[in-house]
Design a protein around this ligand. Structure first.
Ligand code: FES
Length: 333
């Protein structure tokens, strides 16, 4: 996700076992409005291993926390690279980064998480990026090139000036596999996503990331693809297409803590647990990042997230947005 996720505000959070203090080693304009941020250990130590598609939480000046995808080569443990689109109408995270972060500064960075893993079993991968959605897909391209796997990368942007990492991708991606599409701001003049994805091919998987309209177009174009072959990451929670059902109250038992909490209709499970004095790790609070993923030991969740696969939904849930279908859940907490 590259991708300003709507993060929880955490003021002055010190580095903990789950966070790192990293130094801003470089800032660079990657495209119109896109700031490239390079982070490294201040002492030069290798950074933790990451997978393509992973993202980290950045603790920004002013107490904001935002998640951004790692856009660099996952095999390069000297530094992590982020690309941050300045969103003038956003909630302040990208503006804070663009305006206040300086080279040499130390930032608190959360441990990498990955809710958008490269499908290991695919014989061919179609990567589809809309604008700043290129960041996790660029990391995937690095890995696919290194592993000598078959793939194609489509990068859709308004113009060459708006296409972050285009030059680097042209050098990285083998000839004929990188396709740049410029629409001048009118999606009707851009890539015909429905035509591109009209016919699923055996062994082919699709990974896509981009802004809301792009995500909708990709979702519609892949609706008929076989289960498990389509993977995506949202920047922010999509607008609901149907009105939300009234939420009911239910009970959650935390098996390891030996505690039972009541979740009220207007409450999230995360909030009910916090009110009981315990804390679940969270970041986006929108069902997008996986920070609050918990194993379900009993009961049937109502999944309201945008990241869990069907296989994951059978055993776990995100407690920031998901609820219970019945009167009780037992969680591995
Ligand atoms: S906090 Fe991000 S999915 Fe729950």
């Amino acid at each position: 996700m590259n991708a300003p996720l709507p993060g929880a505000a955490v003021a002055g959070l010190p580095a903990t076992a789950a966070t790192l203090q990293l130094q801003v080693r470089g800032l660079r304009l990657e495209a119109e409005g896109v700031l490239g941020v390079e982070l490294a250990d201040p002492g030069g130590a290798a950074l933790p291993a990451v997978e393509a598609g992973a993202h980290v939480d950045l603790h920004l000046p002013g107490g904001l926390v935002r998640s951004y995808s790692l856009a660099g080569d996952p095999a390069d443990r000297r530094s992590w690279r982020l690309g941050v689109l300045r969103e003038a109408q956003g909630r302040g995270g990208s503006r804070s980064l663009h305006e206040r972060v300086r080279v040499g500064e130390l930032l608190t960075v959360g441990a990498p998480r990955n809710a958008f893993a490269l499908p290991a079993q695919a014989s061919h991968v179609v990567l589809l990026a809309g604008g700043i959605g290129i960041t996790p897909l660029k990391a995937m391209a690095h890995q696919l090139v290194r592993e000598g796997r078959s793939f194609a990368l489509h990068l859709c942007a308004r113009s060459p000036r708006h296409a972050a990492y285009a030059e680097e991708l042209q050098a990285l991606v083998p000839a004929g596999r990188l396709h740049l599409h410029f629409d001048g701001g009118d999606p009707a003049r851009g890539l015909d996503i429905a035509a591109l994805l009209a016919t699923p091919a055996a062994g082919t998987h699709v990974c896509y990331c981009g802004p809301a309209g792009f995500m909708r177009a990709c979702a519609e174009a892949t609706a008929h693809w076989p289960a498990g072959t389509v993977h995506c990451e949202h920047f922010k929670a999509p607008e609901p297409t149907t009105p939300a059902l009234p939420a009911g109250a239910f009970e959650v038992h935390l098996a390891r803590a030996g505690l039972t909490v009541q979740v009220q209709p207007a409450q999230t499970i995360v909030r009910a647990i916090e009110l009981a004095g315990l804390r679940v790790p969270t970041s986006c609070l929108s069902g997008l990042c996986g920070a609050c993923k918990v194993d379900v030991l009993e009961g049937e969740p109502e999944h309201n997230d945008y990241i869990l696969s069907d296989e994951e939904k059978a055993r776990c849930m995100t407690v920031c947005v998901s609820r219970a279908r019945g009167p009780r859940l037992v969680l591995d907490l």
